[in-house]
Each structure stands twice: as structure tokens, then as C-alpha cells.
Design a protein around this ligand. Structure first.
Ligand code: ATP
Ligand code: MG
Length: 203
């Protein structure tokens, strides 16, 4: 390449980048609203709960008040809890009483309802800045919690409160209500190659 063509290319690149920057700056300037968001992380790939917990860590790092409600995985070990509870994050877990393995539906519903009552309290508490409802989607798929009640509670929450909902197969009404929705797609997962769940990576 001659020096001349190289100069032309570099000038073209600079012009293109300036154009992009102007558009981005304009969009940043246009986004002026401040309010609590509903964020949904759904899909079949790995990374939903870790994304939710990552946001909680980010919020706590800024001194925000956060809570985590775990549907289903109460009796499972969870690395994030060990860390975040020490940082003042309130945890509500379905824990004992939830018998996913024994298929006792009535007991499951009672356990889900109990945690949902606590979730509703959090959704009324304007001292809580961010709440993660981890694996909430399944409670709606199984109809253990009433969808309309969830939508109502989400709509009536404090105006600046952020909510993150994770889990596969999120109901379309929740997706419609949400502000930011990401779907994590599975391309491959080590488990399918026979690798067992790894501490610190999978839980
Ligand atoms: P993580 O908590 O790692 O972010 P997740 O919340 O996206 O995962 P879940 O559906 O809640 O995924 O499943 C939790 C567990 O199942 C984790 O140990 C995760 O590694 C594993 N897992 C997630 N996606 C897949 C998949 N596509 N195939 C096999 N195992 C998976
Ligand atoms: Mg998960």
C-alpha cells in the first residue's frame, strides 16, 4: 500500500468513527429518564443466575441495598450467598419445605407461596433498591404463584426499585412488562460432555 492510499483509508476510518460517535453521543443524551427497571434473563443457556448475582454485586459495590429471593434452589449450596450475605444482602430461600424431588405438589405450592409472601413485602419496601428473583419463572410455569398477582406487585413496586428475574421459559406477560430482556442461548455445556457441576462455576 502506498502512503497515499494508507492516508486516504485512515481518513475514511476516522470519518466513519466520528459518525458513529456522534450517533452514540446523541442516544446517550436522549436517555435522560431515571427509574427502577425490570430485567429478565431467560433462555436455555448457562449464565442467567450468575448474571443476576453479578448485578446484585455491582449494586452492592455502589452501596445500594439489595435482596435475593431464591425459588427452588434453597437447599443447594450457593457461592454467591456466602459472599453477599456477609455484605448485607438479605436472602430469602424456599429451602426446606420445597420437595422438588418428592413431587409433593401441595407442599411445593405451600413453600412457593410462603416465599412469594416475603417477595411481596420486598416489592413494597422502598428501602430495597434492587431485588433478584432467581428462578421465579418456574413458579409461574407450574402455576404455583398467580401470574396476575406477580404482575400487579411488580407494577406497584416503588418507582426506583430495580427487579431482576431469572429462569428458563419466562412468561410472555412478564417479558412484555420488563424493560430489559436477554435470552441466553446454549451453544454447548460441559455437562453434556459428562463433566459434573463444578464448585465456584456452577454453584
Ligand atoms: P448459572 O447459575 O451458572 O448462571 P443458569 O442460571 O443460567 O446457570 P439454570 O438453568 O438455573 O442455569 O441451571 C443451573 C445449573 O445448571 C448450573 O449449574 C448450570 O451450569 C447448569 N446449566 C445451565 N445451563 C445448562 C445447559 N444448557 N446444559 C446443562 N447444564 C446447564
Ligand atoms: Mg439459574
Amino acid at each position: 500500500m502506498t502512503d497515499e492510499t494508507s492516508d486516504t483509508k485512515s481518513a475514511q476510518h476516522k470519518k466513519r468513527m466520528q459518525g458513529i460517535k456522534e450517533k452514540v453521543d446523541q442516544r446517550i443524551e436522549n436517555a435522560q429518564e431515571e427509574r427502577g427497571l425490570i430485567i429478565v434473563i431467560t433462555g436455555n443457556g448457562k449464565g442467567k443466575s450468575t448474571s443476576g448475582f453479578g448485578t446484585i454485586a455491582r449494586a452492592v459495590g455502589h452501596g445500594l441495598n439489595a435482596a435475593v429471593v431464591q425459588y427452588i434452589k434453597g437447599t443447594w449450596a450457593c457461592g454467591e450467598r456466602n459472599l453477599l450475605e456477609n455484605a448485607g444482602v438479605r436472602f430469602e430461600v424456599m429451602g426446606t419445605g420445597f420437595t422438588w424431588n418428592t413431587q409433593d405438589k401441595e407442599q411445593d405450592i405451600a413453600a412457593a407461596q410462603k416465599v412469594w409472601q416475603r417477595s411481596k413485602e420486598l416489592l413494597k419496601d422502598n428501602s430495597i433498591d434492587v431485588i433478584l428473583f432467581d428462578e421465579l419463572t418456574y413458579m409461574l410455569s407450574y402455576k404455583y404463584i398467580d401470574l396476575d398477582e406477580v404482575i400487579e406487585a411488580l407494577k406497584n413496586r416503588p418507582v426506583n426499585q430495580h427487579v431482576i428475574i431469572t429462569g428458563r421459559g419466562c412468561h410472555r406477560s412478564i417479558i412484555e412488562l420488563a424493560d430489559t430482556v436477554s435470552e441466553v442461548q446454549s451453544i454447548k455445556h460441559a455437562f453434556n460432555d459428562g463433566v459434573k457441576a463444578q464448585k465456584g462455576i456452577d454453584w
